[in-house]
Design a protein around this ligand. Structure first.
Ligand SMILES: *Cc1c(COP(=O)(O)O)cnc(C)c1O
Length: 358
């Protein structure tokens, strides 16, 4: 049987010419300008995603096929989350009091054109794996860090041996209570979620995986099976979805996605507003659209299917939650609330300092 490495190497689409040959050159009238987009940010579409594209411009295509819009910058920022400014040592971003982001892999199976880290992902010189020692030392010295999030690039594209070593090293740091991995591999390359990988990961509990699905069609039978293998290894699974114009900016699409994730044993965790990233601005939609989606989920389907809707604030403010307006008025006496269906309800505040007489 073909290994996942061979599969990725042989069956991915990794050049614009191969893409045009597969889908027809008529869909790429500006191929010469597109080369600049593919030059600015790595291009590859993993086999499972190639197979999932039904037609040009569909929600799968839009996530991976470069467009000339990537070359237009309006108010996009190169490092919109100021990750590099909050980086005390290479590969670490330490923004929150008790947790840190750790970039452990420069590469992905497919490169999402809306990538927030497109300034460095795909480039092993910008996410160097030769100097992880300073990152480990930082994590060792900062005893306030109790949660480390491995990301990249995609950590699960590392070899089994490397993943094992990485987790073992992190587990030797006593104050790290939980390990997390952020990975789109269950979607992009489900064959990589081998029983051997699951056997390695489950030795390092508590270990959480946050995966990334953006459209219900991505939950293919192979992806669902891969998620099942991870869940069977006792790994709690979350999903971080990005709100993307022309992909999932629709209540019904998002509802179906969240329901399918739950059925695949994945608890939706975040819906992100698309970051204000240079090269990815054409994916952005309005904040109101995100609020409309949350309003269309809450109450209308399982509460378990309703993630937090957040903006990761430009400039490094971190994730800020947004909620539709359910509180109409609040006073010392009562709160006027609006339920999911728009009906009004009143909750009485507890009486202030009642004096008991007698
Ligand atoms: C998202 C993120 C985290 C983790 O945030 P949670 O809300 O705990 O999931 C940690 N560090 C950085 C820099 C992040 O961007």
């Amino acid at each position: 049987m073909e290994s996942w490495q061979q599969l990725l190497r042989k069956r991915s689409i990794a050049s614009l010419d191969a893409l045009a040959a597969k889908f027809g050159p008529e869909h790429f009238p500006e191929i010469e300008r597109l080369r600049q987009a593919a030059e600015n940010f790595e291009f590859r579409i993993a086999p499972a995603m190639v197979d999932l594209i039904e037609s040009p411009e569909d929600p799968i295509w839009r996530q991976y096929v470069p467009t000339v819009q990537e070359l237009e910058v309006h108010d996009g920022l190169v490092d919109s989350l100021a990750e590099d400014a909050n980086s005390p040592v290479p590969n670490i971003t330490h923004r929150y009091p008790d947790r840190a982001l750790f970039l452990v892999s420069p590469v992905c199976a497919s490169y999402c054109r809306f990538c927030t880290r497109r300034r460095k992902v795909g480039d092993p010189e910008k996410i160097p794996l030769s100097q992880l020692e300073s990152a480990f030392r930082y994590l060792e010295e900062h005893t306030e860090i109790r949660d480390v999030i491995m990301s990249g690039g995609d950590p699960l594209l590392l070899s089994d041996r490397r993943i094992d070593e990485l987790c073992r090293r992190l587990r030797s740091i006593k104050h790290l209570e939980i390990l997390r991995i952020g990975s789109r591999i269950p979607c992009h390359l489900p064959e990589r979620i081998t029983p051997e990988l699951c056997d390695i990961l489950k030795r390092y509990h508590p270990l959480y995986i946050n995966t990334h699905f953006n459209h219900p069609r991505e939950l293919t039978p192979a992806a669902v099976e891969a998620l099942g293998r991870l869940a069977d290894a006792g790994i709690p699974l979350g999903c971080q979805t990005v709100l993307l114009k022309g992909v999932n900016d629709d209540v019904e699409v998002m509802k179906e996605l969240m329901q399918k994730l739950l059925a695949a044993r994945v608890r939706p965790y975040y819906i992100y507003m698309c970051d204000q990233v240079a090269g990815a601005e054409h994916f952005r939609t309005t904040v109101e659209k995100g609020l409309e989606i949350i309003q269309g989920l809450r109450g209308w389907t399982s509460g378990l299917a309703v993630p937090h809707f957040v903006i990761d604030a430009p400039g490094g403010g971190g994730k800020i939650p947004l909620l539709p307006e359910y509180v109409e008025a609040i006073s010392d006496d009562e709160v006027v609330l609006r339920n999911y269906a728009g009906k009004r309800y009143v909750y009485k505040q507890p009486a202030a300092e009642t004096v008991l007489v007698g």
